[in-house]
Structures are given as structure tokens and as C-alpha cells.
Ligand binder design. Sequence first.
Ligand code: 13P
Length: 258
Amino acid sequence: MTKRARIVAGNWKMNMTYPQGRDLTLQIVNSLQPSETVVVLCPPFIHLQNTYTAITGISNLHLGGQNCHEAEKGAFTGEVSVDMLASCGCKFVILGHSERREYFGESDTLLAQKIDRVLEANLTPIFCCGEPLAIREENTQDAYVAEQIKNSLFHLSADQLKKIVIAYEPIWAIGTGKTASPEQAQEMHHYLRSLIAKQYSDELAQSIPILYGGSVKPANALELFSQPDVDGGLVGGASLKAEDFMSIINSSNKALDA
Ligand code: 13P
């Protein structure tokens, strides 16, 4: 069976002033040990340059953007292009986060364009999907998430799709302290893999890292990451405290060793 990458990514969202971000990065750099877990820091854009300088030379620590525009460049005031991210050392870009979908009106179609742009620039999209609470309560989450995946990813060739990381983030679990149970996460991750297997191949489905996001914290990370189809986490609030984030990375390493 293909060995999938293990990834723990910290999505700082719109948090951390410049000095706070610099301190957090230094704390992580100073405590991170070499391991097979790929760690990705996704700070706000103003931190990219400094964070990149701080993490350069650490082989398992990478930088990611939280979003980018779908155009190559141009008159789009306030936006950031993927080439700009790449030039600051980013290897990853989060796309389709539920906060971007909800507060900035990002549609599946727009996200398909962003995915294309990011792949063209040879960066790795971390594509987020996940259902709101009402959908979970009526137990139609599989169909809901399948639409997001089909509409934004299934135009890709197999060679393109294999460069993607997926993050399943149920909206009802984001920032609420309410985590999906390990069983719920595993069930959805397994379902996502089965969709990819049906459309492409089982080999491809088995090779794509699928991260879980939504109130991942030191107390629940190991159990979540120990599920067979959960390949790590996309962490919000707990990535803002070096101690918590390091503990989550250690849980990923433990799940790998198990
Ligand atoms: P929390 O970990 O704060 O719930 O956020 C999850 C998330 O949205 C990561 O992208």
C-alpha cells in the first residue's frame, strides 16, 4: 500500500501581530524535532517572509498561504497571487476553507479555478471541504461533501489530483470545541477516498493525504490521527500556542509509530 504523507498544518487565520507571530514561529522552530510528520505553518500574509527566514533549513517544516487569487496577477486590490506566495517560500496554499466560502462567497467553481492556478505554480493546495450542522443533523453530509469534491476537483487529471491534500473540516466542529468523533472522521475520510477511487483509481485514492480539521487539540489528536484514513490535521486555535501545537505534532508522530 502507498505510504501517505503525514501532515500537521497550523492555520493561524487572522491572528497574531507581527511580533506575536515572530515569537510563535521561533518557539516552534526551537522545539521541533526531525520526524516524518510534515509540519506546515499557514500564517497571515504579513508573516510569510519572516517565517520563511526562520524555518529555512528545517526539512520537515514548511510554509503555506491561507488563500490566493485565481488570476496570475493584475488589478485586484487587496489580493495575493500564488506566484507571490511561492516567491515568499510557500509550498502549500489552503483553499476552500469554510470561512472563505461563507464570509467571502467562494463557490465550488471559483475554487476549481484557484486549484488550477495553484497547481500551475507547482504549489500544493490543501483543499477544504465539510458540512454545516444542519446537514449533519439530517444525515446528508456524504452527498454535501461529495458535491464540493466533484465540483472543484474532478476536472483534474489523475496526475494533477495526486498533488492535492484534502482537509475534511465539518463546520460544526470549527472553533466550537466540539470535535467530530474519531469514528465520524474516519467514516467521512473513508468515504472521500471511495469517491476518488470510483472516479480515478484505488491507487490514487490511497495516495492522497486527507487531514481532519475542527477543534483538534492535544487531548484528542492522537485518537483522531490513529484512524486508518486520517493522515493528520489542519489545526486552527490550538496552532496559536506553541505548546499545544507541538503536542499535536507529537501525537502525529506517535500515531505513525503505532
Ligand atoms: P479550530 O481548530 O480552531 O477549530 O479551527 C479549525 C480550522 O478551521 C482549521 O482550518
